[in-house]
Design a protein around this ligand. Structure first.
Ligand SMILES: Nc1nc2c(c(=O)[nH]1)N[C@H]1C(S)=C(S)[C@@H](COP(=O)(O)OP(=O)(O)OC[C@H]3O[C@@H](n4cnc5c(=O)[nH]c(N)nc54)[C@H](O)[C@@H]3O)O[C@H]1N2
Ligand SMILES: Nc1nc2c(c(=O)[nH]1)N[C@H]1C(S)=C(S)[C@@H](COP(=O)(O)OP(=O)(O)OC[C@H]3O[C@@H](n4cnc5c(=O)[nH]c(N)nc54)[C@H](O)[C@@H]3O)O[C@H]1N2
Ligand code: SF4
Ligand SMILES: [Mo]
Length: 750
């Protein structure tokens, strides 16, 4: 392993104690470390002399699509050891992946369907074990009742951050006839995809540098902690000479490992910073004039607008020194081709999300970095996303013909509805209060992820019926549902496929599910069958559902092809990347030259925005609460509240009970710069109150140079200190996103 990656990945991880734990797992004994005692339940022990079998799967500990490969050693249907899978596109396993056995064999895991016997939200649901049959019968009766009384749209189908159930749940919602399907991407990736979709006519979060890339603009991503397998690839590009500009308020291991220029901005001022860089590029000729004149829409208007964003003015807004803005514009404009990478979330966790993302995307066009080798390659790629299944499998035909006009968010978020065939979920409490939603089917979600999250918790409680599938009973959310179903984990399930470019991997279960757990796809398909769609839901068969996913790709790939190629089946065909396809008509759906936007060009001024009643330019607006937009509020709450930047050892609300991971951050902390702490007479390690006009939490203080002076950095998802008590429910009009990362607050000794 590249030692730089190892160091960065494990930056917050005490290697000695972690490895001690890992060794304990290998022999299947209890791990006792740093005050934590973890005892595997009986069924984690195998006969020492039993033969060993090696099997492969991929990890889902960060619920995400890095899909790191795992090789598991199995004895008597018990996993005794896991390591990174060799010759697999994504490796190595991070601390979470290596700890996944503790989640799998956790004695507190939910292993049977349960129903509540006591009233909601009172701390004790009186959970009582029931059979799958009883669970399904109850759910089917409740959903059909809502369907009969008010129509299928009254049932809200929801997937949280776990991405794996999505294809099956989407299909189920469409078959049931409900456009009220949504997922956690209402606060995650879609705003970035909408922003880039508006500009490029292609939804993208950028691409890693290739050997042709002279530069790379990373706009708010910290893969050293959030996507460790990707960080290794970026380190390799750095070694080959690619120059990096990184826009991040914090000094992360990604910044120290990669950045040639680090722009440490005030959170939420991303749009102003991008317009300032554009100003310098256009002023000093660091742009591709021919490309801009021929292939961008609204160039002159955009050029006129950025006149006011002088480096000096932008420095005042963003806190980034003017010289650095100048230097970044020069590097980005001169070191071409260059690629750009943006995150799913931090740059859009603001009330100006959509326009921030459009302004950032404009920089790629100005530099002429679109659809060139080493730049942002706009590639039609394979006609499917096997991870979230395919449009045909998801039954978008039903959605388009019958459901699209019945969705509840049409008036709230018109731009969103043009791009996303799923509901923007952030106004869920209002839809419940307005009587539009009466029941909820939840796969892997936590109400704590929303801003002012108690309102979402209460909204679930107000429903006639709610059920959830999860690995655990998480009281914060599940105290408000009626039935809870045990979900099988990555070692126990088959769906979905892993796809890397043209290579597809089938995942065979490594072990039988513990207890009565069932995989999400099976649950969705069994529920669908009982709701009257047995044929469409393959009578609950995951094998057949997956075969149908393959069939809908129309690529001629079969399950047998995948079984015959356990090291990945390469879909035949495909050609090397072809640059400048916009000139030859290979990007647009109608075969004409140009891009898939209304004007056929890269839209610096957006026609879709205008059609939806907004300004066409990516106007910069201050975050709704900020020292500039609400100076009076800022007198009481002078610090910028930046919540949810990822930590290496946890995924959102998960893994707090995993002993090997919990030891690295046993309790919620707030991070402050030494200067900010000193101004308040605060010292490292003491308990502090973090509060604003919306709420208050108590956490332990960590004083660190990682954060920018004047900014407060707190991770989300802690039940005992839920920072979403302090985040506001003003939503960006374009994307519906909340200001998770640009609130205001104050910190005092507790
Ligand atoms: N303040 C603040 N809030 C944020 C963010 C932030 O940065 N700041 N980030 C936002 C973002 S980007 C996201 S993605 C969301 C994430 O928020 P959530 O979607 O709530 O994610 P988790 O906390 O991981 O909750 C997932 C639940 O699913 C369960 N689970 C995990 N895997 C599976 C599975 O495969 N099947 C089933 N059935 N259950 C499973 C877990 O046990 C857990 O209870 O949070 C958002 N909220
Ligand atoms: N370990 C771990 N990995 C994860 C997750 C997890 O919970 N834990 N969650 C997964 C999910 S759902 C997601 S969405 C991704 C997110 O992946 P990342 O975006 O990489 O994660 P973050 O740490 O939220 O944000 C990256 C950087 O953005 C900076 N940032 C904060 N505010 C701003 C801002 O206003 N502007 C700019 N330009 N930068 C800002 C932060 O300082 C941080 O260093 O991570 C995924 N990977
Ligand atoms: S980054 Fe870590 S948690 Fe995420 S898939 Fe890879 S090993 Fe698992
Ligand atoms: Mo996310």
């Amino acid at each position: 392993m590249n030692s730089a990656i190892e160091n960065a990945t494990c930056a917050n991880v005490s290697r000695r104690s972690f490895l001690k734990g890992a060794a304990a797992a290998a022999v299947g004994i209890a791990a006792v470390d740093g005050g934590f005692e973890f005892v595997y339940p009986e069924n984690a022990f195998a006969d020492e002399n039993a033969p060993e079998v090696t099997k492969h799967t991929y990890c889902d500990m960060c619920n995400h699509t890095p899909k790191c490969g795992i090789t598991a050693t199995v004895k008597e249907d018990k996993i005794v050891r896991v390591v990174s899978r060799a010759n697999y596109p994504n490796d190595p396993l991070c601390a979470k992946g290596l700890s996944s056995l503790q989640e799998l064999y956790d004695p507190h895991r939910l292993l049977h369907p349960m129903k509540r016997t006591k009233p909601k939200g009172q701390g004790d649901a009186g959970w009582e074990q029931i059979t799958w049959d009883e669970a399904y019968d109850t759910i089917v009766a409740a959903l059909n009742k809502v369907k009969d009384e008010m129509g299928p749209e009254g049932v809200f189908f929801y997937c949280g951050d776990p991405k794996e159930p999505r294809g099956a749940v989407n299909r189920l919602a469409n078959l049931f006839g409900s456009p009220t399907y949504g997922n956690e991407s209402s606060t995650c990736a879609y705003a970035a995809l909408i922003g880039t979709g508006l500009v490029f006519g292609a939804q993208t979060m950028g691409a890693n540098p290739t050997d042709n890339s002279k530069s790379c603009l990373i706009w708010s991503l910290n893969p050293a902690w959030s996507l460790p397998n990707r960080f290794g690839k970026l380190m390799n590009a750095k070694e080959k000479g690619c120059k990096f500009i990184i826009v991040d308020p914090r000094v992360t291991p990604t910044v120290t490992g990669l950045a040639d220029i680090h722009l440490q901005l005030r959170p939420g001022t991303d749009g102003a910073l991008a317009l300032g860089i554009a100003h310098v590029m256009l002023r000093d000729g660091y742009f591709d004039e021919e490309f801009c004149q021929n292939w961008t829409h609204g160039f002159d208007e955009f050029k006129e607008y950025v006149q006011e964003f002088t480096p000096e003015k932008v420095a005042e807004i963003t806190w980034v020194p003017a010289e650095k803005i100048e230097a970044a514009a020069k590097l980005w404009g001169e070191e071409t081709p260059g690629t750009f990478i943006t995150s799913a979330s931090p740059q859009v966790h603001h009330t100006n999300a959509g326009n921030n993302m459009r302004a950032i995307s404009s920089l790629v066009a100005l530099a002429g970095n679109v659809d060139v080798a080493g730049g942002l390659q706009i590639d039609p790629g394979l006609p499917f996303d096997l991870f979230a299944a395919t449009p045909a499998f998801n039954r978008e035909d039903i959605y388009d013909a019958q459901l699209a006009t019945k969705r509840y968010d049409l008036e709230d978020f018109p731009v969103w509805t043009k791009f996303v065939k799923q509901m923007q979920t952030n106004r869920f409490p209002e839809y419940v209060d307005e009587g539009k939603i009466k029941a909820m089917v939840m796969f892997g979600g936590n109400a704590m992820m929303w801003p002012q999250s108690h309102l979402y918790q209460e909204a679930i409680g107000k429903l006639d019926f709610a059920c959830a599938a999860d690995y655990y009973i998480r009281p914060w959310t599940h105290d408000y549902v009626d039935i809870i179903l045990p979900a099988a984990m990555c070692y126990e399930r088959m769906a979905p496929f892993a796809v890397f470019g043209r290579k597809i991997y089938l995942r065979e279960p490594v072990i039988e599910p513990r207890g009565e757990a069932r995989e999400d796809w099976q649950v969705a398909m069994e529920l669908g069958s009982r709701l009257g769609y047995a044929e469409e839901c393959f009578n609950g068969s995951v094998e057949e559902a997956l075969a149908e996913v393959l069939r809908t790709t129309e690529l001629g790939v079969t399950m047998q092809d995948l079984r015959d190629n356990p090291d990945g089946y390469a879909v035949p065909g495909g050609a090397p990347y072809e640059p400048k396809k916009y000139e030859t008509g290979k990007i647009r759906k109608d075969g004409q030259p140009g891009f898939n936007t209304p004007s056929g060009k890269i839209e610096l001024v957006s026609e879709v925005m205008k059609e939806c009643g907004f300004e066409g330019l990516p106007l910069y607006n201050e975050p709704v609460y900020s020292p500039i937009s609400t100076p009076d509020l800022a007198k009481d709450y002078p610090l910028i509240l930046n919540t949810g930047s990822r930590v290496p050892m946890y995924s959102h609300s998960k893994l707090r009970d995993c002993p090997w991971l919990n030891q690295f951050m046993p309790e919620p902390i707030v991070r402050l710069h030494p200067k900010t702490a000193a101004e308040r007479g605060l010292e490292d390690g003491e308990q502090v109150r973090v509060f604003n006009q919306l709420g208050e939490i108590e956490v332990k203080l960590e004083v660190t140079n990682l954060v920018l002076p004047g900014v407060v950095d707190i991770f989300h998802g802690w039940e005992k200190a839920n920072v979403n008590k302090l985040t506001a429910r003003e939503f960006d009009h374009v994307t519906g996103y909340p200001p998770f990362k640009s609130g205001l607050c104050q910190v005092e000794r507790a």
